[in-house]
Design a protein around this ligand. Structure first.
Ligand code: HAM
Length: 420
């Protein structure tokens, strides 16, 4: 038997309604904030991610699904959504449209990581991006949208942590301080950190190796090196979050795993997301669009991991709504009634009522069993006498009560039952 590739998951019909719930809440919450949907390709030119996500990030260095296509182009399955949205924004000349530009997306993304609970090689994100606004209001709006989404899912135990990692200007000084701190300890650190030391010492704070983590825990904090503008920006973000009653804690250890961030960074974390505590992460990235060749366009956004959200929702017993079951199963007892059942099912569907009927020429008993298995609300039984009366015997599958309903009134009758 051929099995699915490591780090991927099948989304079975039993789970699908949970995904649909997550996706619906995501779309509704984003629309409520004036964000519109965007869909971009699953694969892009490799260079987009190398330039966009950054060549000192683990994602670009170790985790990308990159291959040469038949035209010898280097192609990469998207490891995240932000770079593709930025490319689409520039390529389609959207900077000339209404600003701020606010979009959301529901995507699959691919990273060659070591799979574990909450960490997959193909995973799904709900993300949102906001372009054109450099002030703290935009950061607060992005964070508020993320917070509203999690609240609308019914989650209560997800905590928001925020930090500022400054701008390229103040970060230069911080890098010097980090290098001074790490230099005498560099021998004890992993090979990756030795490279990071030269290329981007802030990445050393994000190393997953235990020993490196220990050394990094006492490193200088970016918050102590913020320039006046970055500090004022961060203070205003905090004020606006207070104003919007979005609770947070400042966590100076958050640096994020992608290179494009500046100023505000944030993560929503939960104990229930396995070893991978972060269910949603994001921040401001004012230099990404100019790195892709445009003039500077300030930007802020986030993405939530849907698989991790599902884990947290299950752990918190959050409600997914109900799976929509078939409203009426039409049961034909013999050949002639079977045809009538087929016709009635067609008519019910045209009237907007969900209906199923026998496709396997089963016995009455087997049809009842099937209707029960699929959770049909009612079974409309049609036999010889029902055909001559022009009415079906409609059985409520929960109470077992039944009543005769005229064929012509069946749709209205079933619609009327919805409020029961
Ligand atoms: P990220 O932190 O790399 O940020 O990913 C966002 C979320 O995706 C994570 O918090 C996590 O829930 C989920 N995630 C990431 N990797 C995996 C994985 N291997 N398996 C399962 N879930 C995963 C970004 O992707 C940025 N593009 C977010 C952003 C948008 N920043 C600004 N705009």
């Amino acid at each position: 038997m051929i099995v699915r590739p490591k780090g991927t998951k099948d989304m079975l019909p039993e789970e699908a309604y949970k995904w649909q719930f997550l996706e619906r809440i995501a779309a509704e919450t984003a629309s409520g904030f004036g964000f519109r949907e965007i869909r971009t390709p699953v694969f892009e030119h490799t260079e987009l991610f190398a330039r966009g996500v950054g060549d000192t990030s683990d994602i670009v260095n170790k985790e990308m699904y990159t291959f040469l296509d038949k035209g010898n182009r280097s192609i990469t399955l998207r490891p995240e959504g932000t770079a593709g949205v930025a490319r689409a924004f520039l390529e389609n000349g959207l900077a000339g449209g209404a600003m701020p530009f606010k979009v959301y997306y529901l995507i699959s993304a691919f990273r060659y990581e070591r799979p574990q609970a909450g960490r997959l090689r193909e995973f799904h994100q709900f993300g949102a991006e906001l372009y054109g606004a450099e002030g703290a209001y935009a950061d607060a709006e992005a964070i508020s949208l993320a917070d509203a989404f999690l609240k609308n899912l019914g989650l209560k135990k997800v905590a928001l942590r925020i930090n500022s990692i400054g701008c390229p200007h103040c970060r230069a000084k911080y890098h010097e301080a980090l290098k001074a701190y790490f230099a005498p300890r560099l021998d004890e650190m992993c090979a990756d950190c030795k490279t990071r030391f030269d290329k981007n010492p802030m990445r050393m704070l994000d190393c997953k190796e235990e020993n490196c983590k220990k050394i990094a825990s006492d490193a200088p904090r970016m918050l102590d090196y913020l320039c006046d503008d970055c500090r004022a920006h961060f203070d205003q973000v905090k004020n606006l979050l207070d104003l919007a009653s979005v609770p947070y804690t400042v966590d100076p250890s958050i640096v994020r795993g992608l290179d494009y961030y500046s100023r505000t960074v944030f993560e929503f974390v939960s104990d229930a997301a396995g070893a991978q505590g972060t269910v949603l992460g994001g921040g401001r990235y004012d230099t990404l669009l100019s790195q892709l060749g445009s003039k500077e366009v300030p930007a802020v956004g986030f993405a939530a991991g849907m698989e991790r959200l599902l884990m947290v929702m299950n752990a918190e017993n959050a409600p997914f709504g109900k799976e929509i079951a078939t409203e009426c199963y039409l049961l034909g007892m013999d050949e002639k009634s079977r045809e009538k059942a087929f016709l009635l099912a067609t008519e019910l569907r045209r009237a907007g009522v969900s209906a199923e009927t026998d496709l396997m020429e089963r016995s009455v008993k087997a049809q009842f069993k099937y209707a029960d298995k699929i959770g049909a609300h009612c079974v409309a039984v049609i036999g010889e006498s029902e055909l001559s009366e022009g009415a079906a015997e409609v059985k409520d599958m929960k109470t077992s009560a039944s009543e005769k309903v005229n064929f012509k009134e069946l749709a209205q009758y079933l619609i009327g039952r919805r409020s029961l």
